[in-house]
Ligand binder design. Structure first.
Ligand SMILES: Nc1ncnc2c1ncn2[C@@H]1O[C@H](COP(=O)(O)OP(=O)(O)OP(=O)(O)O)[C@@H](O)[C@H]1O
Length: 235
């Protein structure tokens, strides 16, 4: 579904990625892990071409390179992106936020309806007339994921989806991710919590200093505790 080959990418003159090689298969959930500042967010930005410039290597999605496409064109091709800072429209209601995505006419993918999204996040239905900006971090995260689903993605990129959330709320977000996985949604999730990896991931991809340093199955990851010790904060 998505392949990144030898990706180098930079913010202006400052190179942040020095060789990312990553694949995500259809229906697969890949957790992108590594310490703070190693390039997990930058890897996602390099896929959707936001802020960062890809200077070498290629990203191929659904058999076609994403080179030269604008971020909105990449979303239209079927890559949903939920950035770290969530980016809901603070002054709009939940319902208005969810009506922002333009209807997608492509027939090659699962189509999410508003009712299905509300079934996944019942709280959003209860708060549908509430102004997004006054909602809690967890509710805004759910809204951000819900809105992204309505862009009808084939692949969803979630950047630290429960960053800064209270444990109970974070668990609800993980429950939603597990439900999406059951629906067959392919996902790349930037993740630090080993518990989430255990619950959601099919494969683990480890980044260190802007480079791919390990990738393999979840079982392989847990069989070798040295990987977590070397490339993650001790947990
Ligand atoms: N907009 C930006 N402009 C310039 N440099 C940036 C920008 N965003 C990130 N960087 C730099 O790129 C490198 C990788 O950062 P990135 O945010 O991708 O790491 P990360 O693994 O996602 O970390 P975190 O978990 O802290 O978000 C860091 O050195 C960071 O300072």
């Amino acid at each position: 579904m998505l392949t990144m080959t030898a990706i180098h990418a930079a913010y202006g003159k400052s190179e942040a990625l020095h060789g990312i090689d990553l694949t995500i298969g259809a229906g697969e959930v890949v957790c992108l892990i590594g310490r703070n500042g190693v390039g997990k967010s930058s890897t996602m930005k390099a896929i959707v071409r936001e802020q960062i410039t890809v200077t070498a290597g290629e990203v191929v999605f659904d058999g076609a390179p994403l080179t030269g496409l604008a971020p909105f064109e990449i979303i239209r091709r079927g890559v949903g992106y939920v950035p770290e800072n969530r980016r809901v429209f603070a002054s709009l209601s939940v319902l208005e936020n969810l009506r922002v995505p333009r209807p997608v006419t492509a027939t090659d993918r699962r189509r999410w309806t508003l009712d299905e999204v509300f079934a996944l996040f019942p709280q959003l239905y209860d708060y549908r007339h509430r102004t997004a900006g006054v909602m809690s971090g967890g509710e805004q995260q759910m809204l951000s994921i819900a809105r992204s689903l309505l862009t009808q993605p084939k692949l969803l990129l979630l950047d630290e989806p429960h960053e800064g959330l209270a444990p109970k709320v974070a668990e609800e977000v993980v429950d939603a991710i597990v439900a999406l996985k059951r629906e067959g949604v392919s996902m790349l999730i930037s993740e630090q919590a080993l518990n989430t990896i255990r619950r959601c991931a099919d494969r683990v991809h480890v980044v260190d200093r802007g480079m791919t340093v390990w990738n393999g199955t979840v079982a392989g990851f847990y069989e070798d505790p040295e990987i977590a010790r070397k490339y993650l904060m001790v947990q």
